[in-house]
Structure formats: structure tokens, C-alpha cells
Design a binder for this molecule. Sequence first.
Ligand code: NAP
Ligand code: GCO
Length: 264
Amino acid sequence: MVNFSLDGRIALVTGAAYGIGLAIAQALAEAGAKIVFNCSRRETVERGLKAYRELGIEAKGYVCDVTDEEAVRRMVDDIEATVGTIDILVNNAGIIKRIPMEQMSVEDFRRVVDVDLVAPYICAKAVIPGMIRKGHGKIINICSMMSELGRETVSAYAAAKGGLKMLTRNICSEYGEANIQCNGIGPGYIATEQTAPLRELQPDGSRHPFDQFIIAKTPAGRWGTPEDLMGPAVFLASDASNFVNGHILYVDGGILAYIGKQPK
Ligand code: NAP
Ligand code: GCO
């Protein structure tokens, strides 16, 4: 029988206080997993703990910046000692800086690459030894449309998310033999705080031009919601996907399949 159950599994979802991370963690919890999450700031962790309480989910939250290898190692050691060895890692924490490339500082570019690409490597590196000891593991990297496409102002983000796609394939290549599956989820344009500036109403009350552009670009004719990512995450975290490895599952309402609306 197909097995989507996560009973007894321990999941670390980074940056899961709200938005996509919270929805994914909620889905994993509903499928039976124990949830641990982290954010870099205390106030965000508190916000997450409140959200989990309201959902009736018992979650453990850590203040931990995923770019800090020592801090990540300490967090993973503490999870192993107090909760158990991690079965599922979701590399969700991410940032974006929308700045034209010629105006962007190298420091800003490096910070985006650090959070969106180097940190998933740091977190995967920290959990893989435990997964090897356990004989199984699932790593899910939250990629992006920008793992495939470019656009103005997001050079660092696209470079990082494109790199994350290849890190996904490389973890699969290196650890498939250890029964670790590493896949990516590539969300389309999802209505969260990260994309709120792209959906702000104009002073005359009309929709933001980018908002209209995305709706026209998406065969589904709408922005995605964090809930749209729940089923794909449970699939990739469960035994139902044990022979799926190194794959990026785009959850984009069809954007990548579509040439775009023809002009009238
Ligand atoms: P978001 O606003 O990007 O939330 C990010 C979360 O990550 C927050 O909880 C934040 O908490 C945490 N975080 C940021 N930097 C961190 C760090 N250095 N260490 C630890 N935690 C950190 O929310 P989102 O839109 O739900 O995005 C989640 C992921 O999906 C990101 O990787 C994003 O790139 C990706 N994504 C989003 C979309 C979209 O349309 N929204 C589409 C495709 C992919 P702190 O600020 O406290 O650290
Ligand atoms: C942007 C957006 C995107 C999305 C997402 C698309 O400015 O183009 O923020 O990059 O958040 O990652 O999949």
C-alpha cells in the first residue's frame, strides 16, 4: 500500500515561522511528524511558536542563523539529544534582495548566496551523518522559478536558487547509496510576506503591474498559496517518494510550461 505516513519521523524545517515553511511544517505534522524549526531572530521564533500553538501542533523552535555553521551544528546536536535524530530536513529559510545588479553591493550579493545556497549546504552537512546512521533520510530544498528563469533585479537570488537546484542533484548523487533522497520543491509565485511588495495596490486602487503580469503568466490564473505546497512536501518527505531522487518538483500553476499569452 502506498505510504504517505510520517509517523515517528522527526522533521527540521528551517525558517518555518510563517508563510511557506509554516504550511509545509503543518502538513508534515498532520502526516505524523514531530516538528522542529528555527529562525535567525527570537521574535520570529516566538511568532512561529504562537502559530503552531494555534494550530494545535507541538513544535520546538530554535534561534539559529542557518549561515552560522557552528550554531547549526549546536542546534542539530541539541535536537538529537532532546528530540531524536532528524529524518527530514526542509531547507526553507531564504531571503531576497530586489536590486538592479549594477547597483547591488558585493556584500548584499554574498548575503543572499550565503542564506539561500551556502546555508542549505551547511544544514544538509549537519544532518547527513545522523541520516546515514539511521539508514534513511529526506532532504527537501526550497528552490524557485529563479532556479530556471531570470528577471530584472534578482541576480543574487537567481544565482543562489539555480545553485540550490544543482546542490540538490549533487546530494542525490553523493548520498543516494545511503538511502537519502534529496529533492527540491520549486514554488511558483506564492502570496507570502516575501512577495507582498509585488502585490501592493497602486495609489488609484488598481492592482500592481507585477501582480497582473504574474496572473497573466500563470495558466492557473492566480498566485499560489502556501497550502498549495503541502501535498508535494508530504510526498517528498514520505516513503511514497523513495525512488524519487535529485528531482525538482515545480509547484507553479503551470508557469514553466507556458509561453505566455499572445498579444490581442
Ligand atoms: P520568507 O519571508 O522568505 O520567510 C523566511 C523565513 O526564513 C523567516 O522565518 C525568516 O525568519 C527565516 N530566515 C531568513 N533568514 C534566515 C537565516 N539566516 N537563518 C534562519 N532563518 C532565516 O517566506 P516565504 O515567502 O514563505 O519563503 C520561504 C522560502 O520559499 C524561501 O526560501 C523563499 O526563497 C522560497 N520561495 C518563496 C516563493 C514565494 O513566492 N513566496 C517562491 C519560491 C520560493 P528570521 O527573519 O527571523 O530569520
Ligand atoms: C521575485 C520573487 C520570486 C519569488 C519566487 C518565484 O521577485 O521575482 O520574489 O523570486 O519569490 O522565488 O518562484
